[in-house]
Design a protein around this ligand. Structure first.
Ligand SMILES: *[C@@H]1O[C@H](CO)[C@@H](O)[C@H](O)[C@H]1NC(C)=O
Ligand SMILES: *[C@@H]1O[C@H](CO)[C@@H](O)[C@H](O)[C@H]1NC(C)=O
Ligand SMILES: *[C@@H]1O[C@H](CO)[C@@H](O)[C@H](O)[C@H]1NC(C)=O
Ligand SMILES: *[C@@H]1O[C@H](CO)[C@@H](O)[C@H](O)[C@H]1NC(C)=O
Length: 413
């Protein structure tokens, strides 16, 4: 009788949905209500309430340790290194000058640490790209103490070559990135270095040999991070920098012929800028810019007006204590990019949910147990279609991942 009434009530509530909803009871008495639209009970949109609990009120991300032997871990990245269609994990750690990888078994469990090199003194940054264009993803490192950018050829059998040095003239390098800057189909390499305040690139000859250092800027004061994205919509990848010493997020327009414009300032309000990223946050078809700045604990973004002209700083949070890393990914699978932060002093990985127009929720904490975290990244590690989160933290020598359970809770969230 009660079930009958409930079914009636729900049948009434879902009338008018686009897709025909179904209500059924199985042999064990379980009631199934299937609706691709809202389910309203006594005026309450129950699915919306439950989704909101899932996102904000519970631990939607389950923490898993990949290793605790990445001594003074600084950087983490994910790429399919063994061509088995899942994403493996890479780490750079300052202790022992180490670049290492962890093979993904496909389900988000990982092999033990496999060392690629211990010759990257003070390794701060790791990245991956197919530099010699043999169909296998190679590995890149930036090491602060030997001023070196180097790469390691993927042998295709789970081993890597010894280092191929690209430069030792990136003084105090903190960041390496790869992007095809001259549109010849092979990824070139970028570096940021803070002792010589330099942003530079190295042209790939197409076979993994590189040009000498080509300087883009020497006024990147205390350069900490370099990134590339097409900011003005001319199909050339422009270059972005985050500079700790002059609090600047800036970009350099790619002329398309291997030369770059002088520095163009996006903001000088990122105090102690540590990280920059580009993503279309407001879904208007151009790349907006994100910053993480340590001294003002801030994650902020800058709206691209389409041609590389940026809005004033729009603050997402100032609750990321000594913010060091920022990234964007669609964590809730709703078609827009959410923002992730790593903050060093509160050992925190957090995210900010995008409502679609670039308006972000309050900080949602994923963990506060990444001790002296330096890097956050995101990728679907277990192949469930939901993007997981990765961290590298120095004081616990840890590379960890946080399994996104939103998909499990709400397959159609
Ligand atoms: C309704 O949901 C139940 C339980 O998830 C499922 O077994 C069933 O196939 C669904 N029916 C429809 C029509 O989607
Ligand atoms: C992997 O490939 C490299 C280069 O071809 C070769 O030198 C090495 O012996 C191989 N290692 C294994 C374990 O197969
Ligand atoms: C790589 O390409 C450059 C430019 O075409 C050429 O000079 C060089 O010899 C090549 N090196 C190797 C190892 O193939
Ligand atoms: C590259 O393009 C820029 C802008 O069009 C131009 O000013 C510059 O002279 C060009 N440089 C070379 C080396 O072609």
């Amino acid at each position: 009788m009660l079930v009958g009434r409930l079914v009636l009530l729900l049948a009434w509530a879902v009338v008018g949905t686009v897709d025909e909803p179904t209500i059924a009871v199985d042999g064990e008495g379980t009631l199934y209500i299937n609706s691709t639209n809202r389910v309203v009970v006594n005026g309450v949109d129950v699915v919306a309430v439950l989704k909101s609990f899932a996102v904000f009120g519970s631990n939607a991300f389950a923490s898993h340790t990949i290793t605790t032997t990445a001594e003074l871990a600084y950087s983490v990245y994910a790429a399919d290194l063994d061509n088995d269609d899942d994403l493996d994990v890479l780490s750079a750690s300052v202790g022992r000058g180490q670049i290492a990888w962890y093979r993904n078994n496909g389900d988000g469990t990982f092999s033990n640490q496999m060392i690629i090199t211990t010759d990257a003194e003070g390794a701060r940054s790791v990245y991956a790209a197919d530099l010699d264009r043999d169909g296998r993803v190679d590995v890149l490192s930036a090491s602060q103490d030997d001023n070196k950018i180097a790469w390691y050829r993927n042998n295709g059998n789970g081993t890597f070559s010894t280092e191929n040095v690209i430069t030792t003239a990136a003084y105090g390098t903190r960041s390496v990135h790869a992007a095809d800057l001259n549109n010849d189909g092979s990824p070139d390499v970028l570096s940021a270095s803070f002792i010589d305040n330099k942003i530079a690139w190295y042209r790939n000859n197409g076979n993994g040999t590189f040009s000498e250092q080509l300087v883009i800027a020497t006024d990147a004061d205390g350069a900490r991070l370099v990134y590339a994205a097409d900011l003005d919509g001319d199909d050339n990848l422009d270059v972005l920098s985050a500079c700790y010493d002059d609090d600047k997020i800036a970009w350099y327009r790619n002329h398309g012929n291997g030369t770059f414009s002088p520095q163009m300032i996006i903001t000088t309000d990122a105090e102690g800028a540590r990280s920059v990223y580009a993503a279309d946050l407001d879904k208007d078809g151009d790349m907006d810019v994100l910053s993480a700045s340590a001294s003002d604990d801030k994650i902020a973004w800058y709206r691209n007006n389409g041609d590389g002209d940026f809005s004033d700083q729009i603050i997402i949070t100032t609750a990321a204590d000594y913010a060091v890393s920022v990234y964007a990914a669609d964590l809730d699978n709703d078609g827009d990019l959410d923002v992730l932060s790593a903050s060093h002093n509160d050992d925190k990985i957090a995210w900010y949910r995008n409502n679609g127009q670039g308006v972000f929720s309050d900080q949602i904490i994923i963990t506060t147990a990444a001790d002296a975290v330096h890097s956050v990244y995101a990728a679907d590690l277990n192949g469930d279609g939901y993007i997981d989160v990765l961290s590298a933290s120095a004081d616990d020598d840890k590379i960890a991942w946080y399994r996104n359970r939103l998909g499990q809770m709400f397959p159609e969230l």
